[in-house]
Design a protein around this ligand. Structure first.
Ligand SMILES: Nc1ncnc2c1ncn2[C@@H]1O[C@H](COP(=O)(O)OP(=O)(O)O)[C@@H](O)[C@H]1O
Ligand SMILES: N[C@H](CCC(=O)N[C@@H](CS)C(=O)NCCC(=O)O)C(=O)O
Ligand SMILES: [Mg+2]
Length: 498
């Protein structure tokens, strides 16, 4: 065809000077040019591969796609080629995972710190308040979680200006896409095996992704610690779940590799069918539950009535291993992220050397009590993100809306400030990427967010697992503020180590 070859610039933060003062980002040397014919082949191969290998989600235009498996599937949105990242940043992010895992466990044991840090939020945020009520009840009855399982994902962005890796957030509940994320790594390795020569890319630079196998292993090991061969792992899910295949990869591997049975229940079903037996164990439909794995319960939308809250409390009271426990759930709130960043607070929980490693990846995080920062944010709102205590994407406030909201909160003299945190906005380098959605390939300037999964399993004072477990790369149009695949902004991507 007469149209010029499409050039794909893998523009990437190049070598950075040892000393951070003068950061010179050299352009990524190989700028790729993909002919339209090659591009068409790549997209076609990728769509076939995705369909044959279960890289799929429910299609929101098909009514039953969130309730009936196999009905209304469409390929998950993906980036056609992996996003380059310097190996040093990759290694840094992987190294931080076991430290964050240990931090979550230690903070979870400090009930007073959690209650005190969230006490003002409690007054103005009904959802967080309900979580804290459950936590208080567990403190009152001196409930001990002897066996503790955390399946986390710490998300990072690479700031273009400083070439520093910054943590966006730490997810301690429903850290999704371990399943589909692995498939994208396999897809990219497949495409580079087929077309790597034409693209000048080496398939071996796409790191193997062990997320779903290691998460299944962690769930199986927790089940093992519960030590009841007839017990099951219960997935707590939403009534409509278009991301069910990501979840089914875990339950499939649990059965296939570890011989562990799983059941899928909504909070409403648990309220109706669940029972606390005399020995404290949780029974559902006559089956004992060894592990409760939350893939719902992180959002107010998951609690439409008191029944769902009763179900959450019943599970918390039981001897089942909660993933996460109410304490782990609270540790993952953005308010705690901001509190831990305060001077000397993180150091209460970690040895100095580990605290220093984590602090290196902390972006600016402030409560709205900090009048100086609030003043700056009103003047330069584009340099901040205003965050409520919510998970699941689509809740943050950006740009001029930050200014509006801060002024509103100031004028109202409301306590509502305590429901938010202010965070420094990170600006990653934009790269030209191909994003494939519903069979169509879009060429966009895009930015990426690297998630590193971590699994932590402890029985009393024995740490059985504390590892980084693979990764999730999400890539979105650089013009979009919010991220998130479930929210439709980002696509699933993988990593190309440079
Ligand atoms: N400090 C930040 N700088 C730049 N983008 C951010 C920042 N914080 C959040 N985002 C964007 O908003 C998205 C959602 O924010 P996050 O804190 O992860 O909330 P959630 O818990 O809803 O996922 C992120 O995936 C990212 O794309
Ligand atoms: N439908 C639920 C979704 C669960 C969910 O939203 N999890 C949050 C952490 S709380 C998350 O990991 N978000 C990153 C994935 C994205 O970009 O959409 C599930 O799959 O179980
Ligand atoms: Mg997030």
């Amino acid at each position: 065809s007469s149209s010029p070859p499409v050039s794909l610039g893998f523009s990437q933060s190049g070598e950075t000077e040892e000393v951070q003062e003068e950061v010179v980002l050299k352009p990524f040397p190989a700028s790729l040019s993909i002919s339209p014919a090659l591009l068409e082949n790549l997209v076609y191969d990728a769509l076939v591969w995705s369909s044959l290998n279960g890289l799929v989600v429910g299609d929101k235009s098909v009514k039953r796609s969130g309730t009936s498996p196999g009905v209304g599937m469409v390929h998950a949105p993906f980036a056609l080629l992996p996003m380059p990242i310097q190996e040093g940043f990759w290694k840094q992010a992987c190294e931080l995972a076991p430290i964050f895992n240990e931090l979550v466990d230690r903070v979870s044991l400090d009930g007073k710190f959690l209650q005190d840090s969230l006490s003002r939020t409690k007054k103005v945020d009904a959802f967080t308040s309900r979580l804290l009520d459950i936590h208080s009840k567990m403190l009152e009855i001196n409930k001990k979680e002897v066996i503790r399982l955390g399946l986390h994902r710490s998300d990072y962005m690479l700031d273009a200006e400083t070439a520093l890796l910054y943590q966006i957030e730490l997810n301690t509940i429903s850290s999704s896409f371990a399943g589909l994320g692995c498939l994208v790594s396999n897809l990219h390795r497949h495409l580079l095996n087929q077309h790597g020569k034409d693209l000048g890319l080496n398939p071996k630079r796409v790191p193997g992704n062990t997320a779903v196998r290691q998460f299944a292993e962690a769930l199986a090991k927790a089940w093992n610690e519960f030590d009841n061969k007839r017990a099951v792992v219960m997935f707590v899910v939403q009534p409509e779940e278009r991301n069910m295949y990501d979840q089914h990869w875990l339950s499939f591997l649990l059965k296939e590799i570890h011989g562990v049975n799983t059941i899928r229940k909504t909070l409403a079903e648990i309220a109706g069918e669940g029972q606390l037996l005399l020995d404290g164990s949780l029974a559902i439909g006559g089956q004992i539950v060894a592990v409760v794995y939350f893939r719902a319960g992180y959002s107010p939308n998951d609690y439409p009535s008191e029944s769902e809250w009763n179900a959450r409390l019943m599970m918390e009271r039981s001897t089942a291993i909660k993933c996460p426990s109410i304490s782990y759930h609270l540790v993952g709130t953005k308010k705690i992220q901001q509190e831990l960043a305060k001077p000397l607070v993180l150091e209460r929980f970690l040895e100095d050397e580990d605290a220093a490693k984590l602090r290196k990846c902390f972006a600016g995080l402030w409560s709205l009590d900090d009048s100086e920062v609030v003043k700056t944010a009103i003047e330069r709102p584009e340099l901040f993100v205003l965050k409520p205590q919510r998970e699941g994407g689509g809740n943050n406030i950006y740009g001029d809306d930050v200014k509006e909201m801060l002024l509103k909160l100031q004028n109202e003299k409301s306590q509502e400030q305590a429901a938010y945190i202010l965070m420094q906005r990170i600006f990653p380098t934009a790269s030209l990427s191909y994003l494939v959605r519903e069979g169509i390939c879009h060429q966009n300037n895009a930015i990426s967010e690297l998630g590193i999964y971590g699994a932590y399993l402890r029985n009393n004072d024995k740490v059985i697992m504390n590892d980084h477990c693979g990764y999730l790369m999400r890539t979105k149009d650089s013009s979009s503020n919010e991220g998130g695949v479930a929210t439709g902004f980002a696509v699933l991507d993988s990593v190309y180590l440079t």
